[in-house]
Design a protein around this ligand. Structure first.
Ligand SMILES: [Zn+2]
Length: 263
């Protein structure tokens, strides 16, 4: 009986000790957790005003600001028409240009730049096999596009500092490569941005009314908008609905900015 009592006591002590270790470990985790989080917060708080940080936080903002972004240009068929409408509406936008197209039509990029639009970087070839062939190839796609923009606009060592991944960072294709290579962007003083609204003008199935409706649907109940459109005319012609799109956004209380407003 005595033996059983001692055994019972030992078992109880064992479980109390185990519980103690558990609580101690929990506290350690909590200590680490609460020590690390404020450090991270203080780092991001101190960087809050950098251009990269503003780009990073852009789509979380409540203000009704619309950033129109046009990908895949410049093209002869579309970009000048887009520029004409932006000029008529007094709206400054951002163009994510493809390096090889800049080489073909430098005069269009020069016009966009001179008219106050932000020239951003969409890679040289828009060819995922080339872009993700190696880390060097990835960086080269971005920097060689900057070289073409520099030649086009006549500004020394131009860097847009903003890259958009072809098909977007959020797309599932090449996900691992994108995660890996995105780390290198800060080495060349770059960041990247996707979008949070779009008119789906890269899909074939929409009429002009459908494009406008897609924009309305995708921008519903959102604050700051980064809107994806294309200044190409191989699929849909966004310039045909651009005036109505701008009008709609103005009616919704939006003002228009481009990435220069974040500098
Ligand atoms: Zn693209």
């Amino acid at each position: 009986m005595k033996f059983v009592m001692i055994k019972k006591k030992s078992i109880t002590r064992f479980f109390i000790a185990l519980f103690g270790i558990f609580i101690f470990t929990l506290n350690l985790f909590a200590f680490n957790h609460f020590c690390i989080i404020p450090n991270v917060l203080s780092i991001s708080a101190s960087n809050e005003n950098t251009f990269q940080q503003k780009i990073f936080n852009l789509m979380n903002q409540e203000e009704k600001i619309a950033y129109l972004t046009f990908d895949d240009g410049p093209t002869l068929k579309s970009t000048p028409k887009v520029l004409d409408i932006l000029s008529e509406e007094n709206v400054k936008a951002t163009f994510f240009v493809i390096g090889k197209h800049v080489k073909e039509h430098p005069e269009i990029v020069k016009r966009a730049y001179d008219e106050g639009h932000y020239i951003a970087n969409h890679g040289y070839s828009h060819h995922n096999d080339k872009l993700y062939a190696s880390a060097n190839s990835f960086i080269n796609e971005i920097l060689s596009t900057d070289v073409e923009i520099t030649r086009a606009i006549g500004i020394e060592n131009y860097s847009s500092h903003v890259f958009r991944f072809p098909n977007g960072y959020m797309a599932s294709s090449y996900k691992t490569k994108k995660q890996e290579y995105a780390e290198f962007l800060s080495d060349i003083d770059y960041t990247y941005i996707d979008w949070n609204a779009l008119n789906k003008d890269s899909e074939k199935k929409y009429s002009n009314a459908g494009l406008l409706n897609n924009l309305k649907e995708s921008s519903k109940n959102k604050g700051t908008l980064v809107i994806l459109m294309h200044d190409t005319s191989d699929v849909n012609e966004t310039h045909l609905v651009l005036k109505d799109s701008i009008q709609y956004l103005k009616e919704q209380g939006y003002i228009f900015q481009n990435f220069y407003d974040l500098k």
